[in-house]
Design a protein around this ligand. Structure first.
Ligand code: CDP
Length: 205
């Protein structure tokens, strides 16, 4: 079977950074599924559409994810919107949008069209979207550790970010089940390269 590696985990668990580095080491593309949910949330914000209204908007707009080994670029109706996807506004809107079954079906269908090999990160990549994946990982870390990691990536202080992370953990609970056959790695005490090494080590088994 073609090579698919899934890396799931809660927000700021490091899954995207790890997926990118593992893919780089293997010389294959990585795919960050959360970017598609973020792009749908951005679309809703721009159109003034509530999460309930988003489905109708999805039919009228074109979303594209271009994965490369170095980065993922997201295009909304041909405009590159990658830089707009990591704002606090999108952070706060995305879970409600991602809970809509029609949005999940849409994102999953976009993901399943991507030709392997690739490393993909998200919440349910190993459990729902790519159950046939050859290697599956689930990254965890204490909320305080995850909040600290995110401080440098957002215009907000530690307390605000920790509060947002805890709220998003709760909101994302349903779509965040680890695949039963995933290797669970607690990264609370590990640096990025240590996690990458641990993942690569499992791939050799
Ligand atoms: O790392 P962080 O969780 O902040 O960002 P992300 O991976 O880009 O995910 C953003 C949001 O998209 C999550 O909070 C989920 O609501 C949603 N998501 C999802 O439901 N399923 C996925 N496979 C990926 C993301």
């Amino acid at each position: 079977a073609p090579l698919i590696i899934t890396i799931d985990g809660p927000s700021a668990s490091g899954k995207t950074s790890v997926a990118r580095r593992v893919a780089e080491r293997l010389g294959i593309p990585y795919v960050s599924s959360g970017l598609l949910y973020r792009a749908v949330a951005l679309l809703g914000l721009r159109e003034g559409a509530s999460p309930e209204e988003i489905e109708a908007h999805l039919e009228r707009h074109h979303l594209e994810l271009r994965p490369t080994p170095k980065e993922n670029r997201v295009y909304l109706d041909g405009e590159e919107v990658s830089a707009a996807l990591h704002s606090l506004e999108v952070d706060r809107r995305v879970s409600a949008v991602a809970q809509r079954p029609s949005v999940r079906a849409y994102v999953n269908q976009v993901l399943r069209q991507i030709p392997p090999p690739f490393v993909v990160d998200g919440r349910d990549m190993g459990s729902v979207v790519f159950p046939q994946a050859r290697h599956k990982f689930y990254l965890t870390a204490q909320p305080e550790v995850r909040a600290r990691r995110r401080v440098s990536e957002r215009e907000a202080d530690f307390r605000t970010i920790l509060g947002d992370i805890l709220r998003r953990d709760a909101a994302d609970q349903k779509q965040s089940a680890p695949a039963p056959d995933a290797v669970v790695l607690d990264t609370s005490r590990l640096g990025l390269e240590e996690v990458v090494e641990a993942v690569l080590e499992h791939l050799r088994d």
